[in-house]
Design a protein around this ligand. Structure first.
Ligand SMILES: [Zn+2]
Length: 180
């Protein structure tokens, strides 16, 4: 796993420093093709300052691209990534377009977090944003409704949900961990 780079945004509107005790992980795709992890981190920071301050709340704990895993909000503080889960979830943003390298970095980070918090690599602990906002974020990063119905991702990219959970599980087991 590549090292996590800590590059925190400043405490302010978009990083309120409310306490978080993580119970799960929410996975996202940025929807911002071509923007790097650092670009997205700087966007979150910009929401703390004029002229963008006050309009939008958007932040996440991690931003992942092909060569960087950036932590921009500490894991014990809430971020604004998923209405309905911000109070108990760590948010990971996947930069787009999603390449094999980016996908692998996301898997590495997920397994690292799962092991540290003693989570399991299952949908109880690892959920897509689409689960909480199926209307506006139906494929963020894969379709929860399709997954629940046993379908693959019609976007046909690296976030096929069934392959994704299988990949996280196999990496978890490779680290010597047991599923039950
Ligand atoms: Zn999202």
């Amino acid at each position: 796993m590549i090292p996590i780079k800590e590059d925190l945004i400043s405490v302010g509107k978009n990083r309120p420093a409310f306490l978080l005790r993580p119970q799960k992980i929410i996975i996202h795709r940025t929807g911002n093709s071509g923007a790097s992890a650092k670009n997205n981190r700087d966007y979150f920071e910009s929401l703390n300052h004029p002229p963008l301050a006050g309009k939008t709340f958007a932040s996440a704990h991690y931003l992942v691209d092909a060569t960087n895993i950036i932590r921009c909000i500490p894991e014990n503080e809430q971020a604004y990534h998923c209405v309905g889960a911000n109070r108990d979830a760590i948010g990971i943003e996947t930069c787009e377009p999603i390449t094999k390298e980016i996908y692998q970095n996301v898997l590495d980070l997920i397994v690292d977090i799962i092991l540290r918090y003693k989570f399991k690599p299952t949908p109880d602990y690892l959920q897509p944003h689409s689960r909480y906002d199926p209307l506006n974020r139906p494929f963020d990063p894969f379709c929860w409704i399709d997954f629940s119905n046993g379908k693959t991702n019609p976007k046909n990219d690296l976030f096929d949900p069934n392959a994704f959970y299988a990949d996280v599980k196999s990496q978890f087991i490779r680290q010597g961990e047991k599923l039950s």
